[in-house]
Design a protein around this ligand. Structure first.
Ligand code: NAP
Length: 379
């Protein structure tokens, strides 16, 4: 299988390289892309010997070209789009973070390349456009998110579905008071109890905005109305999500928390092979499984996401952009954790949503909200 990994230096990208190494001879890596982490990229180039590599800056591309003269080096957003458009690929993994994923995903779809999609922001920003175009072109969008990977495996006849049940670990503040959440430090917030992920998604997991983004992602991926999507807190993160059918049957997908399984599933789909986690699960070791309702007062970002998703138009774009910039401001210690919610809500309240936005309208709204959020967090 000829594949490329966009965002190979990130948490998902590095685990994808591990999956590839576990299956020698199965994958041929056409291209890798990184942002600024040149050291990790250098090691990955030596491991998988790609034909093309894209980095963020031209300087880094020139530097690496001297070390690896046989490789074609590209840079910037245009480079990412070129890599995603390369029809040598049978599948691409989009595991860049934030809004960077949208254009390359659309480029792959236009070129009839199946997408293993980790970048949930792509569907939150432009789910209608992306899924419509994928359907028209017959391109598969295979979800890497463990919850959506689980639903993908449990879903058969959509007409017979009663609801999708998305599980959430609850993050590091599940048992904290609102006061403690308001005073949480960056270090406490980055300490996720179950998953080791990139910084942006780790902060989103602490506010439950990540679960909100996943609700919108599920709506688009599985064409499911919001009133048929339920979020359930499950601290052990063993049930990755479930589908309830109209006859009362509930089908769930289980496993100890690991992204290797969903990454491998999207890269080898529709086939399954022995992998890194084969034979790791044990019901007896798993022991008890707990479930509870999410606390919308302590985690109001989840409420915002349901509102944004239900209203649609450009409101999810606003929520996504404001949240992302506010998360970076929190990581830079310019605002508190709770202000991520307050700022995002303020941006959403002030926005007049555009119905059925074009891609240009989405990108323009995204840019404006990012600027406004940066201004309001720099004071
Ligand atoms: N981590 C998880 O377990 C997980 C689970 C489900 C879904 N996801 C989703 O998968 C995506 C990636 O998450 P992650 O945790 O792997 O993030 P991450 O560790 O922060 O990695 C992000 C990747 O994107 C690259 N990147 C960032 N900005 C870029 C830019 N402007 N141009 C080019 N490359 C850029 C980074 O490059 P450098 O590091 O080299 O700068 C890195 O390779 C997110 O959308 C997230 O929501 C992640």
């Amino acid at each position: 299988m000829k594949i490329s990994i966009l965002g190979s230096t990130g948490s998902i990208g590095r685990q994808a390289i591990e999956v590839i190494q576990k299956m020698p001879g199965f994958f041929d890596v056409v291209s890798l892309t990184g942002g600024s982490n040149i050291e990790v990229l250098r090691q990955q180039i030596k491991l998988v010997n790609p034909s093309n590599v894209c980095v963020k800056s031209e300087n880094d591309a020139l530097l690496l070209k001297k070390e690896f003269p046989k490789i074609n080096f590209l840079h910037g957003d245009e480079g990412l789009i070129d890599i995603a458009s390369d029809t040598t690929n049978e599948r691409i993994l989009v595991s860049v973070s934030g809004k960077t994923g949208l254009k390359p995903t659309l480029a792959a779809i236009e070129n009839n390349i199946d997408v293993a999609l980790a970048n949930k922001e792509t569907l939150v920003m432009a789910g209608d456009i992306v899924m419509k175009r994928a359907r028209e072109k017959g391109v598969k969008i295979l979800p890497v998110d463990s919850e959506h990977g689980a639903i993908h495996q449990c879903l058969s006849n959509r007409d017979e579905v009663e609801k999708l049940i998305i599980t959430a670990s609850g993050g590091p503040f599940r048992n904290s008071s609102i006061e403690d959440i308001k005073n949480a430090t960056v270090e406490q917030t980055l300490h996720h109890p179950r998953w080791n992920m990139g910084k942006k998604i780790t902060i989103d997991s602490a506010t439950l905005m990540n679960k909100g983004l996943e609700v919108i992602e599920a709506h688009h991926l599985f064409n499911m109305p919001y009133d048929k999507i339920q979020v359930v807190v499950h601290p052990q993160s063993i049930v990755h999500s479930a589908v309830e059918y109209v006859d009362g049957s509930v089908i769930a997908q289980l496993g100890f928390p690991s992204m290797h399984i969903p990454i491998q599933y999207t890269l080898t789909y529709p086939h399954r092979f022995e992998g890194i986690e084969t034979r790791s699960f044990d019901f007896i070791k798993a022991g008890r499984l707990d479930f509870e309702a999410p606390d919308m007062e302590k985690f109001p970002c989840l409420k915002l996401a349901f509102e944004a998703g239900k209203q649609g138009g450009t409101l999810p774009v606003v929520m996504n952009a404001a949240n992302e910039e506010a998360v970076y401001a929190f990581l830079d210690k310019k605002i508190s954790l709770w202000q991520i919610y307050e700022i995002t809500k303020k941006m959403m309240d002030a926005h007049k949503s555009i119905t059925n936005p074009t891609l240009d309208e989405i990108l323009e709204t995204d840019m404006i909200i990012r600027e406004l959020t940066k201004k309001s967090t720099s004071k």
